[in-house]
Design a binder for this molecule. Structure first.
Ligand code: FNR
Length: 381
């Protein structure tokens, strides 16, 4: 029975080979940042207001002119095809069915056009890693043509984080067979049988099948997570020239960077430490959020991700000034448990928890949530 997202995590652990589960769970170095994401969220207090009419509670939110049924979306995660074949489109379908957005990773295992056409009515954002600028430019143009509604440039991966379980498991892309990996796969026959028809997933956005010149270079760079480290604030003008829709930066934690983003005409920020997978000394996303929100002062929407495991966590992020939150791992737990239905079950769980929390708080709309910060939201300032 699925009572909470932790149950879904337990199912994912059973269903997936160890190397895949460890890749999802992966945190940098000693996992301090990952744990801070969780413990700082746990420490936020929301104070209920009583004797308010809560017969109707509205969880919807409007973002860039589109209505989301719920104030959260699915964060971009690479290699979703390792969890389930066509995992990217299964997540996009689950998101569209529940009225929330889905962000597709550059490191997806399906072509962005195919994910878009699998759920043409859903809100879909494209996440961008820049390994080579010509290749990134092609992805941006393809995303615009396919109807992605926002572009999310991830800025916290100048180099890959140090995730030691992947090293210990011998997990790397492209896959190199080993006795250890073979044993891991053989002892998870359900996963292996599902994988058989498609074989090992590749970075479909970057392969020759994507119709891109120079793709071998970009593919190799993504495999090595070798980003273009010469990317700076001024480079955003180049992206602006290619992308006319909303442009967001993901991975901003410092309020001065938030101000620079405003100066450079960015349309939205995602306060994030990449789920604790990059710099282990980073502050938790929830603790960094209020300082960024203050710096932005309502001029552009500010989102957050990192550590959301309950609907109540979403309420906390919104209370501290986020327009909406994103979830990474919990969506993958759902996907591993039961494909699109499993992801949908996780979304529905989070939605039910959020609704209950808002009702308990006497908050009938998401805009009322900051009122639940009795201390004025200064826990982290
Ligand atoms: C990620 N994340 C990520 N972010 C991104 O911008 N591009 C990517 O390709 C990936 N890939 C990725 C893979 C996996 C397995 C995970 C768990 C995460 C980070 C992701 O978008 C998000 O910031 C975090 O997952 C949020 O933290 P939680 O919700 O997982 O705690």
């Amino acid at each position: 029975m699925l009572i909470n997202t932790e149950d879904s995590r337990g199912r994912a652990r059973q269903n997936l080979p160890r190397f895949v589960f460890d890749y999802i769970e992966g945190a940098a170095d000693d996992g301090h940042c990952l744990r801070r994401n969780l413990s700082d969220l746990a420490a936020v207090e929301l104070t209920p207001r009583v004797l308010r009419d809560t017969t109707a509670v509205d969880t919807s939110v409007e973002v860039f002119g589109r209505k989301w049924a719920l104030p959260f979306g699915i964060a971009p995660t690479g290699l979703n095809g390792l969890v389930r074949p066509r995992g990217d489109s299964l997540l996009a379908i689950a998101a569209a069915r529940t009225g929330i957005p889905f962000a597709l990773s550059t490191a997806s295992n399906m072509r962005l056009e195919d994910v878009r056409s699998a759920s043409p009515d859903g809100v879909q954002w494209m996440q961008l890693y820049v390994m080579h600028r010509d290749m990134a430019g092609q992805i941006v143009e393809r995303a615009a043509r396919a109807g992605y509604q926002a572009l999310v440039l991830t800025v916290d991966v100048p180099v890959s984080g140090n995730r030691e379980p992947d090293l210990r498991n011998g997990f790397r892309v492209p896959f190199k067979p080993s006795v250890k990996l073979a044993w891991d796969v053989m002892t998870h026959p359900t996963w292996s049988l599902r994988m058989l028809p498609g074989g090992a997933p590749d970075f479909a956005n970057l392969t020759a099948a994507g119709g891109d010149a120079g793709s071998a270079n970009a593919q190799a760079a993504l495999l090595a997570r070798a980003m273009d480290r010469s990317l700076v604030w001024e480079t955003l003008a180049w992206l602006r020239g290619l992308w006319k829709g909303p442009l967001l930066l993901k991975g901003v934690l410092h309020p001065d960077d938030a101000r620079l983003a405003l100066d450079h005409g960015v349309d939205g920020l995602i306060v994030s430490n990449h789920g604790g997978r990059q710099n282990d000394a980073s502050p938790s996303a929830i603790s960094a959020l209020p300082r960024v929100v203050t710096a932005i002062n309502g001029r552009i929407p500010v989102f957050m991700d990192g550590g959301i495991r309950r609907g109540g966590d979403i309420a906390k992020a919104l209370a501290l000034g986020a327009t909406a939150a994103f979830v990474g791992r919990p969506a993958l737990y759902g996907l591993a448990t039961d494909g699109a239905e499993g992801a949908q079950a996780v979304i529905n769980l989070l939605a039910a928890e959020l609704l209950r929390t808002m009702t308990l708080l006497g908050a009938t709309s998401v805009s009322a949530l900051p009122g639940a910060l009795e201390g004025g939201g200064d826990q982290f300032t």
